[in-house]
Write a new protein. Sequence first.
Length: 273
Amino acid sequence: MRIEHTLSLRADARRPIRVLVIGAGGTGSAITMGLPYLDQALRVWGRFAGLEVLLMDADTVSETNCIRQPFSISDIGLSKATVLINRINLFWGTNWKAEPRNFDERTFERIQDTSIDFLIGCVDSRAARSVIARSLVKSNNRIVYWLDLGNNSASGQFVLGQPWNARNRRSAERLRTVNELYPEIADVKAGEEPLPSCSAVEALERQEPFINQTLAASALTMLARLLRYGKIAHHGGFFNAATGKVTALPADPELWRKTRLRNRKMQAKLPTR
């Protein structure tokens, strides 16, 4: 039975929505560069005092990054997170923050903050997703939403979930997270995809242009509707560049149950390593 998810935040025009973005690569940079538009919209709607954003990524800009990501030759060698946030702050007049280091299980202790509203994960490995998933279900964690985005060469997905933690109690209508619905996405035993390519030609062969931007735009559109209207009927979607089709992931407890059951059966058929 499909449901309509209600925003688990109280609208308050005096406080900003607090966002942590993990990853400043293809999808992470597209999400981050789109967030100022959501920030401006929230202020106009008067539902929240915009966004307060922290971007985390330890990676530096390489020559190959300049092909599919919003970096230039002059950025090579600099911190991706710092370059993006400085650019946004200068253009939009925001006061967002960058932390040029990777997210780990002690990140929330280090920044002394477990009450972020939205964690947006734009990571490209099962190991990184596994770290995020484990961090969000700790007993003292109060993250409200986890939005995960991921892709391969010609397709991708975005899934908004509510981690089962101190903030989100057990409920049939709690939005299931990406690793609850598709556990293989955070299963480090399944191995990783090939490492990022070292040449521009190889980079474009491994991933078609605009996959990241399409996923980011679709995910931000979903967030905008949730924050403006206070409810959504879907909490993710799947994009296929070959067909041009975007398939919504409905908020449906019965679908969640069937998806998890199907995945368990598939995992049981796989040979043990």
